[in-house]
Ligand binder design. Structure first.
Ligand SMILES: Cc1cc2nc3c(=O)[nH]c(=O)nc-3n(C[C@H](O)[C@H](O)[C@H](O)COP(=O)(O)OP(=O)(O)OC[C@H]3O[C@@H](n4cnc5c(N)ncnc54)[C@H](O)[C@@H]3O)c2cc1C
Length: 432
């Protein structure tokens, strides 16, 4: 069955695998009891893993990783009546998913103008439209299964920043209109009058959302469990692929034989994956104390900046402001965590700049890793040379939108229906 071995040295997979992928720092400026010691999203859930893999197993699909990607995918696969085993070496949801600010945007990290330069206008416009449909699809999924995950529909405000001024935003808006995407251009006066924000220009767009990412991931996993998912503690160490199945060796000596394996391991991808188009980045975030009633911006829309290194803002249900950004290619936990207090101060300053009425006292501050690509598109598809091993990662700031897309695409692929356009996300596509 097994014809080739990808990890002959049996070396460990992942980036500093033994440590959690996000860290919290309860800042001394305005200690907040409600969040002290907790995650940015209160982890009120039990560990959903039903023990560990204590005997060799067989399944149709082995999903490695129980963050938002693994949860959405497992849910999609069990609904197709497949026998699915999901393993995670940590309690599910506590990877990058728990660190996410969970803004569900259809706007991609790369502006449409930039994506059109790289892939051509039609392909770029189509990708943007599919992203818009993905947020809509997630909304319908949450509604259809009545998932209590604090899902809220939101507008987004894309603000002029850095090199991207009024001219660039007007051009971007015109391209979006040509692509049939919704949104309205606001010049300085309109932005100030309509939103109370003093920037050169912005694009205000409907169709996005926000959510509690842990509630979403756990809710999906619970539902998948009720449809037959097997969810176990286990760490995948090596992958041995054959023509009909893949043999996966786990820490502790057990093996899983699966017809298909999906790597949903977030930023910690094994080295059978081509590294060329992917880098691990750190992002920092703070959540403020609850704001005075009536002091938040109009409609509490999601806000993000048009600069390459941008800040992103949302509100929480209990009236806090969450702001993230200051991203850097720091892939070492210690360095990333040491920077939390300094980054938190920078985020407070950025918040004051965008919304001077904000009470910037900090409730919680944290940092996390995520993967990004040079062209802003995710990496979803077959691992080159290993047709039965699939992966989904490198989502940039659109982790949840793209993981919803990945779940649909990979579930279809496993069921034998491949969609042509999906080659835009190929793991071995040319790096721009
Ligand atoms: C500060 C910050 C803010 C963000 N904000 C947003 C946002 O607003 N909107 C958005 O859409 N995205 C955002 N993101 C990105 C988003 O959080 C991620 O893209 C997304 O959570 C990735 O989910 P995942 O399931 O692929 O990975 P993860 O959540 O990291 O899950 C991977 C899982 O795999 C497990 N695992 C890894 N290796 C193995 C192994 N060998 N064996 C077994 N298990 C293994 C891990 O334990 C983990 O549970 C943000 C990220 C950060 C850090």
């Amino acid at each position: 069955m097994a014809t080739s071995s990808f990890r002959p040295d049996g070396s460990r997979i992942g980036v500093e695998a033994e440590k959690p992928s996000f860290s919290l720092d309860i800042a001394t400026t305005g200690h907040d009891d409600l969040h002290s010691g907790g995650a940015p999203w209160p982890n009120r859930f039990p560990d959903l893993r039903q023990g560990s893999v204590d005997a060799d197993q067989r399944c149709d699909v082995l999903v490695v990783g129980g963050g938002i990607t693994g949860a959405l995918l497992a849910h999609a696969l069990v609904l197709r009546n497949l026998d699915v085993l999901l393993i995670d070496r940590e309690p599910p949801g506590l990877g990058s998913t728990a660190a996410s600010t969970a803004m569900l945007q259809w706007e991609i990290d790369s502006p449409l103008a930039e994506l059109a330069d790289l892939h051509g206008f039609e392909a770029a416009a189509d990708t943007y439209r599919k992203s818009l449909c993905a947020v809509q699809g997630l909304k319908e999924l949450v509604k259809s299964i009545a998932l209590p995950c604090e899902f809220r529909q939101r507008n987004t405000l894309y603000l002029a920043a850095g090199e991207a001024g009024a001219t660039e935003l007007r051009n971007e808006h015109a391209l979006r209109q040509r692509a049939g995407l919704p949104g309205e251009y606001l010049g300085h006066a309109g932005l100030l009058a309509h939103m109370g924000i003093d920037r050169e220009a912005a694009i205000l767009s409907p169709g996005s959302a926000d959510v509690d990412p842990l509630c979403l991931a756990h809710g999906l996993l619970r539902r998948a469990l009720s449809h037959g998912l097997r969810l176990r503690a286990g760490e995948a160490l090596s992958y041995d692929g054959g023509a009909r199945s893949v043999l996966v060796e786990l820490a502790g000596g057990r093996c899983v034989e699966a017809r298909h394996v999906v790597l949903a391991t977030g930023y910690a991808m094994p080295d059978i994956i081509p590294a060329g188009n992917h880098s691990v980045v750190s992002s920092w975030a703070i959540s403020t104390v609850p704001q005075v009633q009536g002091s938040l911006w109009k409609d509490e829309c999601l806000i993000w900046e048009a600069s390459e290194s941008y800040h992103y803002l949302r509100t929480s249900r209990d009236g806090r402001i969450i702001i993230g950004g200051e991203d850097e290619t720091v892939a070492a936990h210690a360095e990333r965590d040491e920077a939390i207090p300094d980054k938190a101060r920078l985020l407070q300053a950025a918040l004051s700049d965008i919304w001077p009425r904000a009470d910037t006292r900090i409730g919680t501050s944290w940092a996390g890793f995520f993967g990004q690509t040079a062209d802003g598109l995710p990496l979803i598809g077959r691992v080159p040379g290993h047709p039965r091993i699939l992966a989904a990662y490198g989502y940039g700031g659109n982790g949840i939108t793209f993981s919803f897309m990945a779940a649909g695409l990979l579930a279809s692929l496993i069921s034998g229906a491949e969609q042509g356009w999906f080659s835009r996300f190929a793991l071995d596509r040319a790096t721009p």
